[in-house]
Design a protein around this ligand. Structure first.
Ligand code: OMP
Length: 221
């Protein structure tokens, strides 16, 4: 079933492919599954690429209608994501959202604590790159709970729409377990639509491989 793509979502997929962030081939995931595609957000590695990435996240947050109070970037990969997205929300959407991140090492001097930036209060929006099995996000949830705040949602770049422990996707499990929405800039289904739209040469082979992987590990839909 074809999924619709908004112009910014199409631009995001093209941008991720162009930057080498979204790659096709053979990749072993943290879960041990061998995937025909991989999304490596660490490869957005210049100022311009980061600024653009922040605008995509900001657009997806605004589109989702999520109302949250603090943007939280889990160490390490979430830190630049939270920073550029907070800047893009201010610059492009007139939304001056407080942001914070954690340090992995507890600090024993100075201001102490392991949260840097705005105090964690109200509904926290966690920003991350990808959720596959949900392991990383569970760690972040306990961090937020320990601080006495509440997670109001998660924004990620790509929803791989893969089954977690059971029949549901890890994201559906996270949503059910913590009672909060998880939104993404794009989903795997939208990446597939994009590949099919640009189905010439190698894109067509990628689409076939991704479809076969989805049939094996994807959520029923
Ligand atoms: P979970 O902790 O299993 O949810 O997996 C999330 C992590 O998987 C990410 O933070 C990455 O380390 C890694 N990952 C990607 O970055 N991109 C992918 O396309 C797939 C994975 C993965 O290994 O599943």
């Amino acid at each position: 079933m074809a999924t619709t793509l908004q112009p910014y979502q199409r631009d995001f997929i093209a941008f991720a492919i162009e930057q080498g962030v979204l790659k096709f081939g053979e990749f072993t995931l943290k879960s041990g599954r061998v995937s025909p595609y991989f999304f490596n957000a660490g490869l957005f590695q210049t100022g311009r690429a980061l600024a653009k990435l922040g605008r995509f996240y900001a657009q997806a947050i605004v589109d989702s209608g999520l109302r949250t109070d603090v943007l939280f970037g889990p160490a390490y990969k979430g830190i630049p994501l939270a920073a550029v997205t907070a800047a893009a929300l201010a610059d492009h959407h007139d939304r001056d959202m407080p942001y914070a991140f954690n340090r992995k090492e507890a600090k024993t001097h100075g201001e102490g604590g392991n949260i840097v930036g705005a105090p964690l209060a109200g509904d926290i929006l966690i920003i991350d790159d990808v959720i596959t099995a949900g392991t990383a996000i569970c760690e972040v949830m306990s961090l937020i709970e320990q601080s006495g705040a509440r997670a109001g949602g998660v924004i990620i770049a790509l929803d791989r729409q893969e089954r977690g422990q059971g029949e549901q996707s890890a994201i559906q499990e996270v949503q059910a377990q913590y009672g909060m929405p998880v939104v993404s800039i794009v989903t795997l289904e939208q990446v597939l639509t994009y590949l099919e739209e640009h189905a010439g040469g190698e894109m067509l082979a990628y689409a076939d491989a991704v479809r076969a992987y989805r049939d094996q590990y994807g959520i029923a839909g």
